[in-house]
Design a protein around this ligand. Structure first.
Ligand SMILES: *Cc1c(COP(=O)(O)O)cnc(C)c1O
Length: 233
């Protein structure tokens, strides 16, 4: 595999930032209303560090164990960074996740919501959370089903008192994502939720046009990851 140099990562990062600003302006939005979550999964700390040194502080990781190995040292060096969990969370990893992350983007079922609430009460670390919606109702994909989302959002927010700030989705790979982005935006509007985390390397421009407040971009910044199956994901 060809490794990009650190300069390439920075150059690619800057290209995405500029592209996002263009997409925001085209949608009549200020560039500052779109936050770039740099998805650093599978990439080692030395490829992440140049972005931190350049002042970027917002990152996403999809696996608790991998993040535990990379991020405590980076956080010590850059205390203001903000780390989002963007992958599925097992209840037996809730304790580690609450200790390590700042935002959990993948609250997707009642059992997990209750486990997060219990751990946040125990530790006093009341993290901001997003609810992941399986907008394509794909059986293999995480996320609450659209028809169950209204009740789940209300339960998380009003019954449990979790800090639900918005919604997140990953559209089906083989479909036009725009319908899914619109579905997520409508649902967020209906509940008065400000945050919409949607859009990845291939479709972040459309996501911005559809109202994304957070786009999660990995490949376009860090280059290709090893194929699924070789990374243990
Ligand atoms: C890996 C990942 C991304 C980034 O995907 P790219 O196509 O590499 O930009 C975004 N969101 C989630 C949930 C991911 O797991």
């Amino acid at each position: 595999m060809i490794e990009d140099s650190h300069d390439d990562v920075l150059a690619q990062f800057r290209a995405v930032v500029s592209d996002l600003a263009t997409a925001a302006n085209a949608a009549g939005r200020a560039a500052e209303t779109v936050h770039l979550v740099a998805v650093s999964k599978t990439h080692p700390a030395e490829r992440i560090r140049p972005l931190l040194e350049a002042g970027h502080l917002l990152f996403g990781e999809n696996r608790v164990q991998e993040a535990q190995q990379k991020w405590p040292a980076l956080r010590e060096a850059f205390p203001a960074l903000e780390l989002h969990l963007i992958g599925p969370l097992q209840t037996n990893k809730v304790r580690d996740a609450v200790a390590l992350f700042d935002v959990i983007e993948t609250v997707d079922r009642p059992k997990l919501a209750r486990a997060l609430k219990a751990e946040m009460d125990r530790t006093g670390r009341h993290l901001r959370c997003l609810i992941q919606v399986n907008t394509g109702a794909e059986p293999q994909k995480a996320g609450i089903l659209p028809e169950e989302a209204d009740a789940f959002i209300r339960d998380c927010r009003d019954e449990l008192g979790l800090r639900i700030e918005g919604l997140m989705c990953i559209p089906p790979v083989d479909e036009d994502p725009v319908r899914h982005f619109a579905c997520l935006s409508d649902l967020a509007d209906r509940h008065g939720l400000p945050v919409r985390s949607m859009g990845m390397s291939g479709d972040y421009r459309q996501a911005v046009a559809a109202g994304a407040t957070h786009v999660r971009v990995g490949t376009a910044i860090f280059g290709k990851r090893p194929p699924i199956g070789t990374q243990g994901a």
